[in-house]
Ligand binder design. Structure first.
Ligand code: CP
Length: 301
């Protein structure tokens, strides 16, 4: 998970011990507030974000670090500057860490390999969103009392919807399996191909969620062309929306998750999103806690 210079670009191949160390730290979430005083963090967001960008800024500030946001709009990338020239420019200013989101699958890895400061991937293309997965694991562990040891053996997590567009799915599959959970994917074949990343894939959503401990709904990513992958809206809702009836049929202690932003009324019924099983707002809060732990580790050099 962490490279020697403390980049966090992927959950692929992450060791359970490294994930558990971050979860333990984020679960305690005990900081004096000056751990990273004098440190600087550049948030380079070349795709839109609400949760991730704001929570990295908030996390940095609550550790005493100073965060600066840069978005594509208004940056010299609009004048044709390349991603690497932008990263080198930021590095030359003396920033202690770069947090970055980019539409290309390998953008964070490329930048991490070319700058000296730690790089934290805040979402790359369709493949990885490591800090989202860490925050989600924190929610699942706390909901199912797995905070002693963070061993998810015996837990079954269903990830449903637009899997192939989703970097959240990619990182969660890696992270949850490393922690010992069983991960089952559900969705129509164009969105959830058989054998995707080595997971079992269910077409019968009702059967899949019947014995799930957590059901993680994913947004249909129209901006990535996912609209072409589904038939009619009604057909999708019939097959894969997490409806009130489906939520009612879940196990008594099963939780509902969604990384956000949601298409309310499409992949999830609003009353389920706001209902008693929902941990969607906890996911947002966990994102801040996890990002504090991640930034502290990256900056504590
Ligand atoms: N879950 C997530 O990454 O949300 P944002 O795009 O708002 O950061």
């Amino acid at each position: 998970m962490w490279t020697p210079k403390r980049d966090l670009v992927t959950m692929h191949g992450a060791e359970a011990a490294a994930i558990r160390a971050v979860l333990h730290s984020a679960h305690l979430d005990q900081w004096a507030g000056d751990e990273c005083t004098g440190k600087t963090v550049a948030n380079l967001f070349f795709e839109d974000s609400t949760r991730t960008r704001v929570s990295f800024s908030m996390a940095a500030g609550s550790l005493g670090a100073f965060a600066v946001d840069l978005t594509a709009q208004g940056s010299s990338m609009n004048k044709g500057e390349t991603l690497l020239d932008t990263a080198w420019t930021i590095e030359s200013m003396g920033f202690d860490a770069i947090v970055m989101r980019h539409a290309e699958d390998d953008a964070a890895e490329t930048v991490a390999s070319r700058v000296r400061c730690p790089v934290i991937n805040a979402g790359s293309g369709r493949v990885q969103h490591p800090t989202q997965a860490l925050g989600d694991a924190l929610v699942i562990g706390e909901a199912h009392a797995r905070t002693e040891g963070w061993d998810f053996s015996g837990l079954r997590v269903v990830i449903a919807g637009d899997i192939i567009s989703s970097r959240v799915a990619g990182s969660n599959i890696d992270s949850l399996r490393a922690l010992g959970a069983e991960v089952v994917l559900a969705g129509p074949a164009p969105m959830a191909p058989d054998g995707f990343l080595g997971c079992a894939v269910a077409r019968d959503f009702d059967a899949a969620i019947a014995d799930a401990d957590a059901v993680m709904m994913l947004r249909i990513q129209f901006e990535r062309g996912a609209g072409k992958l589904v038939g009619s809206r009604e057909e999708y809702i019939r097959g894969y929306q997490l409806t009130q009836a489906r939520a009612a049929a879940m196990k008594a202690d099963a939780i509902v998750m969604h990384p956000g932003p949601m298409n309310r009324g499409l992949e999830i019924d609003p009353l389920v999103a706001d209902g008693p099983r929902s941990r969607i707002r906890n996911q947002v809060h966990s994102g801040v806690r996890v990002r504090r732990a991640v930034l502290h580790h990256a900056l504590d050099r």
